[in-house]
Write a protein that binds this ligand. Structure first.
Ligand code: GDP
Ligand code: MG
Length: 682
């Protein structure tokens, strides 16, 4: 039996400390020490064991299980090794580390892991995890050692640790080997202190199911997410009776189990070429050191303590239950909705609070770090469900508020005497209030949601609606002013144009100017309340002036239409030819100077044509002018040449009118002549 005393001697790596024999084959080596250093002496030890030329003809087995479950005892029984066994009577502490022996009579490397006693928790979790991962990653067969009464107990049977180890193992070593094979390992479950009342087959079923469950809940790298437990592991099972209470059977069953490692002809021989790492024996030390390095450097392994593992498991469960309920509540609101949902914020806050309260109630008892991290995850999932509802609500709120705003503008501008700017300002204020009330209601505390962007969009849209309204209003207003203007100038212009005098145009332009000034003043008065821009005012005034001028021109055209104008000429002529200075109708006598009178009246009348044919005041200060505009297909403005609008008659028209007037006048002359003839005849 090994001497426990010699194994706990000094620091450093043990190469010996074994049985007092010179036989190198029974030497053991601490390949990883309690400082987590890998031994540089392994290569040499493998040589000493005589394995350096074994090529692939060797195997590796390791053991996994809670402290003091008889692992070392088992290994020594199976392989004739001399791993330290805790001395029951002295509760002797074994030396921490990963140990390796060569099995008796076989090219078989056996690894044993020694931790501190399970009662000393804390720091050792790290070593426990790393050594477990190392054992799994480097061996062909991993003996999972557990008491019968641990079967089915997640915590008690180190299943949490196994899960973590599987997870990290998959991440680190899960990819195919360079020669395209999966890393494959046999998990040999050895059930200790098997009483026999529960048949091995039942225990086996429970353990298989547990493994399956663990595998399904592993977080796997994305490219390996469809991999099955069976893609990486084979499971095998054995049971041993109580070592003390059934000592004989224990020994014989152990011997029988041992044969599975030695007898290649057995059907249940454990070493299959599938499990072999295909590393030649002389490279094993280097290979293992590499694995240890990866294990050491792996951040995933700076891992959760047992407590954290439990917390992860439970917090996940609790969070998922809380989430299920939450989703159930939120579901009816998740379909797209076109209208504002009353009290959506209140509902969302209630669902969210409900889920978090429930999580807090059940999960806050667990490891605080894990509890908080999982809570943040939960909050993230909840908020990413609620956030679209919030945004949808804002959109619908925006739409509804804008519709109402437009309606309020229309209502406010019904009838006369409203103040446009006031109507807009009031509608705008109500719009913002309505939106903010709705948006604030939909907010959920604790989120980083914001309605500012939507509010800005709404404001911009409200402004453009108001701008459009103002443009329409301005158009309407300018039309009204134009109509009034026409009414106001109609009578005086008629009057002046019917009484040709040399200052006729002075009078016309004067009344035009005065009326236009009034119209402009009335526009400016309103424009102020409209909140119009300078540019809009300038444009509107220009429009107003042009329309006023065109209205005047229309009036002038009306008064100078051929028939009307010829009528004017005729009347003017008649007044001078057929009536004397006192307005008494003339009776022509043969000795009267009809020709002289006729010529005079005609000449006086013809002088009217140059008076009318151009708008030209005697007082130059009364002259009116407008900027001309070239036609522009883009703004669809027509050509407007102001100087040409001053011309009332074209030259040809003047000539035509002159001729037509002459004919009229000639008729009067003939009539006058005839009247003398008839008077002579009497
Ligand atoms: P290890 O820490 O898992 O390596 O366990 P050891 O092999 O050091 O054994 C721990 C203690 O359990 C020792 O006192 C052993 O005598 C005792 N032991 C070993 N095998 C068995 C077994 O099969 N059944 C019981 N009940 N005790 C055992
Ligand atoms: Mg041990």
């Amino acid at each position: 039996a090994p001497s426990a005393g010699r194994t706990t001697a000094a620091n450093g790596h043990y190469v010996n400390g074994a049985a007092p024999t010179t036989d190198a084959s029974s030497e053991r080596i601490q390949i990883v020490d309690d400082e987590k250093q890998f031994s540089p002496a392994l290569t040499q030890q493998i040589q000493k064991w005589g394995l350096q030329n074994a090529g692939f003809d060797y195997d590796i087995v390791a053991v996994f299980g809670s402290q003091s479950t008889g692992k070392s005892t088992l290994l020594n029984r199976l392989f004739g090794t001399n791993f330290d066994v805790m001395d029951e009577t002295r509760r002797q502490q074994t030396t921490k580390g990963i140990w390796m022996c060569k099995a008796k009579n076989a090219n078989l490397l056996v690894m044993d892991v020694e931790g501190t006693d399970g009662r000393e928790r804390g720091e050792d979790q790290d070593f426990e995890r790393k050594s477990a991962l190392f054992s799994l990653a480097s061996s062909e067969v991993l003996i999972v050692n557990l008491w019968e009464h641990q079967v089915g107990l997640y915590q008690g049977a180190n299943m949490g640790l196994l899960k973590t180890v599987f997870e990290v193992n998959l991440g680190l070593f899960g990819k195919k080997t360079p020669d395209g094979r999966n890393q494959r390992t046999l998990l040999l479950f050895v059930i200790r202190d098997h009483i026999g009342t529960t048949p091995l087959a039942n225990l086996q079923a429970t353990l298989s199911a547990d493994m399956q469950k663990i595998w399904e809940t592993l977080s796997k790298p994305p490219e390996l997410k469809d991999k099955q437990l069976s893609d990486y592991f084979d499971l095998s099972f054995a049971a041993l009776p109580h070592k003390i209470l059934a000592a004989d059977k224990f020994e014989s069953d152990a011997k029988e189990l041992s044969r599975r490692f030695y007898d290649k002809s057995r059907e249940d021989y454990v070493f299959s070429p599938l499990y072999h790492k295909r590393i030649p024996a002389d490279g094993v030390a280097f290979y293992m050191e590499g694995i240890w390095e990866q294990v050491q450097n792996n951040k995933d392994l700076d891992l959760p303590t047992q407590q954290e593992l439990l917390a992860q498991f439970r917090c996940d469960e609790i969070a998922s239950a809380a989430l299920t309920e939450f989703n159930e509540q939120a579901k009816p609101q998740k379909r797209p909705i076109e209208s504002v949902v009353d009290g959506l914020g209140k509902m969302m806050r209630a669902w969210r609070k409900g889920a978090l309260d429930r999580y807090d109630r059940d999960a806050s008892r667990y490891h605080q770090g894990v509890y908080k991290r999982k809570r943040a995850d939960l909050v993230g999932v909840i908020d990413s469900t609620l956030s679209p509802l919030f945004l949808g609500q804002l959109k619908n709120l925006h739409k509804a508020c804008l519709v109402k705003y437009k309606q309020e503008m229309i209502d406010g501008m019904r009838g006369e005497g409203y103040n446009f700017a006031e109507v807009v300002a009031a509608a705008r204020e109500r719009l913002e209030k309505r939106f903010l009330d709705g948006a604030k209601e939909a907010l959920v505390e604790g989120t980083d949601w914001s309605y500012e962007e939507e509010l800005q969009l709404l404001r911009d849209e409200a402004r453009s609606v108001a701008d459009q309204c103002r443009k329409d209003e301005t158009k309407k207003m300018v039309n009204v002013i134009e109509r009034n203007f026409k009414k106001q100038i109609s009578e005086p212009v008629d009057l002046y144009l019917n009484k040709p005098t040399s200052d006729m145009w002075d009078k016309v332009l004067k009344v035009f100017r005065e009326t236009l000034e009034k119209a402009e003043a009335s526009y400016l008065g309103k424009a102020k309340s409209f909140d119009c821009t300078e540019e809009e005012i300038t444009t509107a005034l220009a429009t107003l002036r042009k329309r006023a001028w065109l209205a005047l021109r229309a009036k002038i055209d009306e008064q100078t239409a051929d028939a009307v104008f010829l009528g004017k000429l005729r009347t003017y002529f008649e007044e001078r030819f057929r009536y004397d200075e006192n307005g008494v109708p003339r009776v022509w006598r043969p000795d009267d100077d009809i020709d002289g009178a006729f010529r005079k009246a005609k000449e006086q009348t013809l002088e009217l044509i140059p008076l009318y044919w151009k708008i030209k005041p005697t007082d130059p200060s009364l002259e009116f002018s407008l900027p001309s505009e070239t036609s522009d297909s883009l703004t669809s403005s027509e050509e407007f040449d102001f100087p040409s609008t001053l011309v009332v008659f074209s030259e040809t028209r003047a000539l035509d009118l002159t001729n037509r007037f002459r004919r009229d006048a000639d008729a009067f002359y003939v009539e006058a002549k005839r009247s003398t003839v008839s008077s002579v005849a009497q």
